[in-house]
Design a protein around this ligand. Structure first.
Ligand SMILES: [Zn+2]
Length: 337
């Protein structure tokens, strides 16, 4: 495929979200060091991340909820696409599973494993990157700062290099040493407006922009991993409602007000077919993105990752262009909770 065709084939949308609660996207229970329930990390950088597959799964569920909610308000007949929300495994007797219809917003945008009459699956018109840590809140003697690094900024397509691997760079930070948690660092000046400008373009709010601190990738990994939230909790025995004996466990999470960034690639529907049929649910990449965005209000209300019952996982997507739509969806999501 030539470049000219490729640019027409998809649109890329950048998103940034702020953790309203601590967020725990777990590795599935492996015990590592002192923590029972660890979060997913990038194998190369050792930084916590949320896999794109987790994001896609959660957004799929919420879009299906939004679709279902919209339908309920207009007519109260049987659901159109009752089994399109989850993983799409068929039940015994070959019922259920993703509908796989070209008119289904959930199945066309998020894909499905196997179509009707056991036809081939479809990868989906939206593709999701991993959610990367962009800005990480750390306690300092001057109050909280949000730490980032050249590598973290690169994931948000902001280019910046630093001179001294052992300094913490802030606006007017020259000579102003600063502790990041237990770590005390010499201060350097963050003079490049590109960092702030780039973050502002991604809708990072002012109270964070005012308190950005930049360190090397190596230090960033150290700072993040030594300042994660580690909580201790007790497993509850459902039969008694009391604490299970010996059931004390710890888990780690991204702290509240961590800022994550991710990208959504939305493909041009006209370039794909489901079986022999043209896709009817969406017409262009913008409409694909509109479908994805329906989930954002739900992400803020219901969250992502585990421990949701312990008040974790809510994420506010910072997306100024979705203002009015998000508000009406918020009302819907609020009504459901
Ligand atoms: Zn479907």
């Amino acid at each position: 495929m030539s470049d000219a065709q490729a640019t027409k084939s998809f649109e890329r949308y950048s998103h940034v979200g702020v953790a309203v609660d601590p967020i725990h996207v777990g590795t599935g229970g492996a015990r590592l060091g002192r923590v029972d329930n660890t979060i997913v990390r990038d194998p190369a950088t050792k930084l916590p991340k949320i896999p794109g597959s987790s994001l896609a799964g959660v957004l799929r569920t919420y879009v299906a909820m939004a679709e279902e909610n919209g339908r309920n308000q207009t007519q109260r007949s049987k659901p159109y696409y009752p089994d399109c929300a989850g993983q799409g495994q068929k039940r015994e007797g070959d019922t259920g599973g993703h509908c796989g219809q070209p008119s289904c917003k959930v199945c066309t945008v998020f894909g499905f494993a196997r179509g009707k009459d056991s036809a081939g699956g479809f990868a989906g018109l939206a593709a999701f990157s991993d959610m990367h840590l962009l800005l990480f809140p750390v306690a300092t003697r001057e109050g909280p700062v949000w730490v980032t690094s050249p590598g973290a900024l690169r994931a948000a397509r902001i280019d910046h290099k630093i001179d001294d691997e052992n300094k913490v760079y802030r606006r007017n930070g020259q000579g102003q040493g600063l502790n990041l948690g237990w770590l005390l660092l010499d201060g350097g000046n963050l003079t490049d407006d590109g960092v702030e400008g780039g973050l502002r373009k991604l809708r990072v709010p002012n109270f964070i922009l005012d308190r950005v601190a930049l360190v090397s990738d190596k230090l960033f990994s150290h700072v993040v991993n030594s300042n994660l939230e580690v909580r201790t909790s007790v497993a509850i025995d459902p039969s008694t409602g009391g604490a299970e004996e010996g059931a004390l466990f710890t888990y780690e999470a991204l702290p509240r007000s961590s800022v994550l960034c991710w990208e959504v690639i939305c493909r041009f529907p006209g370039h794909f077919r489901i079986g022999k049929d043209q896709i009817a649910a969406v017409k262009n990449p913008e409409e694909v993105h509109e479908v994805v965005r329906k989930a954002h209000a739900y992400l803020e209300a219901l969250g992502i990752g585990g421990m949701g019952t312990r008040g974790m996982g809510r994420l506010k997507v910072l997306d100024a262009s979705s203002g009015t739509a998000a508000q009406s969806q918020e009302a819907e999501a609020g009504g459901m909770a």
